[in-house]
Every structure is written in structure tokens, then in C-alpha cells.
Design a protein around this ligand. Structure first.
Ligand code: FAD
Length: 271
């Protein structure tokens, strides 16, 4: 790890001010992505600004069929929240299936969204639920926020402050997990709002998380597993690495989508 200066602020305002004056500064939330990257020297910063004291970025609220989660909510807090479990059990299940207990105790929702790891779970939920990402530079729709592998629409020096998730009529997240890290080789979040269905895919796409529009159209027509018969994920759009090649990931997307639809019909949050 390269050496760096460590800073801590108590308000969002102070944090942004620090970020604007310090050279080569990066925010630190749960450290579950940034610290391993720094240890491996894949990431470097002269200044680290810790967000841990920003109480204004914590909290989970449900009002008017919207679940609002503060950026600094830990995965374990989201998983254990009775409010999330009751409003969007699939989202609580997703958070409860991230990594291991240590990762869930430290990692944050905002960190996951800001990082936009192509195998992270939250981006699939944000896309399928049509979430709004709250940032210090304004609100950004999830469809516009995720722009590729580790690429987002978050402005330079801006913070993710939270996310708002509309409560669906039914939803499920199904992940084919890497057996060691539990990151998604393919993770599918299916959400139904009335007749309208949205499908968020993570782990599989070459360009990061994406919506599978053909599946959405088929499921909006008929919300049933057999509506997906004959529909194929395009291998040329899939990621390939030592864990799985393009055809394998395309197959996983198809299988996990079917499983998610099956579960969503019972509004089941099982991951
Ligand atoms: C062993 C292991 C297994 C894992 N398994 C999974 C898994 O199954 N599914 C999954 O989704 N993830 C998994 N993760 C990743 C984990 O969920 C991370 O916690 C998450 O990706 C990043 O959140 P963090 O709070 O730790 O962010 P950090 O690591 O602190 O930060 C990550 C990046 O986001 C930026 N950032 C953080 N917060 C903000 C903010 N509020 N505003 C702007 N920028 C911000 C930082 O500057 C940094 O660039 C795993 C990680 C590990 C180590």
C-alpha cells in the first residue's frame, strides 16, 4: 500500500470542502473495496477522507411506497432492517447475501453504488427497481447513473448520499455467486410494478450492470417463467474471465432470470 494522509470530517459540508482543497483525495466508506484495491496497489490516493462520522448519511426510512436508504447504511443494517424486510424483502435478501459477515458489517450501500463494481449486487437492484441515486450534485436516475465498469455519472468530488427505491408489487434477486467471494457471476433482480416488469443484471455484462430489455418485454406481456422460453442472453455482450466465459455467463443469466421470476411471484426475498 502506498502511504497517504488520513482525514475525518463530521458533516457532508466539511467533507466536500476537504475534498475540494486536498490533492488527490478519495472518500473511504466501509473500505471493503477501496482498502483491498489500495493494498494491491491497484488504487492510490494522497489523501483519504473517512465518511464514518457522517451520521446524516445513515438511516433507513419508508414513506409513500419509497424505501430511502442512507449511503452509509451498512449491508448488515439493510439486511436486518424490518422496514426493508417488510417493504422490499428482495432488497434485504440481496444485502444479506453480500460477501461474508465482515464485509456486511463494514461495507455500505453508498460505497457499493459509487464503486459500480461489475459484479456488485446493488446495481442490479437499483436498475430493476428504478431507484433514484441521491448525490451532493443532485438526484440521478439509476438508468443514467451506471455507465460501465467502475463508471458512474457521479460528479467529480461529489458524494452519494443515499438511494430511493420504489416499492414493487413483487421482486426477487437470484445470484449465482462466486464460491469464495460471493460476488455475482450472474445476479438477476426482477421487479414487477403492476404489469410493468424490470430486470437488472449484474456480474455478467461486459459493460457492467444493465437492464435486459427483451426479458422485460416478455415478462411485461406475461409474468411467468414460460414467457422466457426461447429468449437468449447475447454471449457477445457477456464478460469473460477465469471464472466463466461468455456462453457460460449468458446461460447463467437465462437460468437465474427464470429462478428470479419464480421467486418474485411469491414476493420472496430469498437470494
Ligand atoms: C471478500 C469480499 C466479498 C465481497 N462480496 C460482495 C458481494 O457478494 N456482492 C457485492 O455487491 N459486493 C461484494 N463485496 C464488495 C462490498 O460490498 C463493498 O463493501 C462495496 O463494494 C463497497 O462499499 P464500501 O462501503 O466498502 O466502500 P469503500 O471500499 O470504502 O469505497 C469504494 C469506492 O467508492 C467510493 N465511495 C464510497 N462511498 C462513497 C460515497 N458515499 N460517495 C461517493 N463515493 C464513495 C470510494 O471513494 C471508493 O472509490 C465484497 C467485498 C469483499 C472484500
Amino acid at each position: 500500500m502506498y502511504s497517504f494522509e488520513y482525514h475525518r470530517a463530521e458533516t457532508v459540508e466539511e467533507t466536500l470542502k476537504l475534498g475540494s482543497v486536498l490533492e488527490d483525495a478519495r472518500f473511504l466508506a466501509g473500505g471493503q473495496s477501496l482498502i483491498p484495491m489500495m493494498k494491491l496497489r491497484f488504487a492510490k490516493a494522497d489523501n483519504i477522507i473517512d465518511l464514518r462520522d457522517l451520521d446524516e448519511l445513515r438511516g433507513i426510512e419508508v414513506a409513500h411506497d419509497i424505501v430511502s436508504i442512507g449511503a452509509m447504511a451498512r449491508h448488515a443494517e439493510v439486511a436486518a432492517s424490518p422496514k426493508v424486510q417488510s417493504a422490499i424483502p428482495a432488497l434485504a435478501g440481496l444485502a444479506g447475501g453480500i460477501g461474508d459477515p465482515m464485509v456486511r458489517a463494514r461495507g455500505t450501500m453508498g460505497g457499493s453504488i459509487a464503486n459500480a463494481d461489475p459484479a456488485a449486487c446493488y446495481p442490479a437492484a437499483c436498475l430493476a427497481l428504478g431507484a433514484t441515486i441521491n448525490t451532493t450534485g443532485g438526484d440521478i436516475e439509476a438508468d443514467d447513473f451506471f455507465q460501465g465498469v467502475f463508471e458512474t455519472a457521479l460528479g467529480e468530488g461529489a458524494l452519494v448520499t443515499g438511494a430511493e427505491f420504489p416499492v414493487p408489487d413483487a421482486a426477487a434477486y437470484k445470484k449465482f455467486r462466486h464460491p469464495a467471494s460471493r460476488f455475482a457471476l450472474a445476479g438477476i433482480f426482477v421487479a414487477r410494478f403492476g404489469d410493468l416488469v424490470r430486470v437488472g443484471v449484474t456480474g455478467a455484462g461486459r459493460q457492467g450492470a444493465y437492464r435486459w430489455i427483451e426479458a422485460e418485454d416478455a415478462l411485461t406481456e406475461n409474468f411467468a417463467v414460460n414467457a422466457l422460453d426461447g429468449l437468449h442472453a447475447d454471449p457477445s455482450q457477456m464478460n469473460s474471465d477465469i471464472h466463466g466465459d461468455e456462453p457460460y455467463r449468458a446461460h447463467l443469466v437465462e437460468v437465474m432470470t427464470r429462478r428470479a421470476v419464480l421467486n418474485a411471484s411469491a414476493h420472496c426475498g430469498d437470494e
